[in-house]
Design a protein around this ligand. Structure first.
Ligand SMILES: *Cc1c(COP(=O)(O)O)cnc(C)c1O
Length: 226
């Protein structure tokens, strides 16, 4: 299938999942994850009206961003953020989904160019409590949220997770349900914290059933990665 056909198929899955969950499909933003794929593939999706793209690897992303002729692509950084990469991320992205430390948030805040709107960020939660995995624990989430919320050049927009792979459907559902609960609790203090970034190619339906507002889909749009 072409990228156009795969994009349409993923959108159909999102619409169907929203229908089953009795949610309006405009509530779910499709972030097409183009990591490791060439700009030509991004532009094929762009020609179909797609505007939100997700990237993990900064160097790979910057090459595409600078070669891309369009101003209205919304770039999402969804990879691990290292300290020495924060400036380029602050300058080139609209969203960062993977905030897990105050120090990184502070650097992004300080380096966000004045002429750009605040950088929208999601706090990444280690929702399956995996050792050596990225993300803040649910216990530490409120204090990280308070620190990030105090940074004027960041907009505390939501939460993000990658549940553990190879776990039972029940555990995966629990992870998504816990994320939704955490988001609803934080939103009482931070009304702008409305985004729930969860769901990938294999589990987008389950994520949408639990309230995902952003799904990050790579393989099912652009094909398997090497
Ligand atoms: C690669 C990646 C995705 C996309 O995963 P697929 O299974 O290819 O859809 C989503 N989120 C993050 C953080 C990723 O690194």
């Amino acid at each position: 299938m072409s990228i156009t056909q795969q994009l349409l198929a993923v959108k159909a899955r999102i619409n169907k999942a929203c229908e089953l969950a009795k949610r309006p499909s405009q509530q779910v933003c499709l972030v097409a994850v183009s990591k490791t794929k060439p700009l030509s593939m991004v532009l094929e999706a762009y020609d179909q009206g797609h505007r939100h793209f997700g990237e993990n690897y900064l160097q790979d992303a910057l090459e595409k961003i600078s070669a891309n002729p369009y101003q209205d692509i919304v770039w999402h950084f969804i990879g691990a953020v290292q300290s020495n990469k924060t400036r380029s991320i602050a300058e080139n992205f609209a969203w960062v989904h993977t905030i897990e430390r105050e120090k990184i948030a502070q650097r992004l805040n300080d380096q966000r160019p004045a002429e750009l709107p605040p950088l929208k960020v999601c706090l990444q939660v280690n929702i399956s409590s995996e050792a050596n995995k990225s993300g803040v624990s649910l216990a530490d989430l409120p204090s990280l949220a308070a620190k990030v919320n105090a940074l004027p050049r960041l907009e505390l927009a939501g939460l993000m997770c990658i549940p553990a792979a190879n776990q039972t459907q029940a555990k995966q559902q629990q992870a998504f349900a816990d994320m939704a609960q955490a988001q609803q609790q934080l939103q009482q203090t931070y009304p702008q914290l409305t985004a729930l970034s969860m769901g990938m190619s294999a589990d987008l339906e389950l994520a949408i059933a639990h309230g995902a507002t952003m799904v990050r889909i790579g393989t099912d749009i652009f094909g398997a990665r090497n």
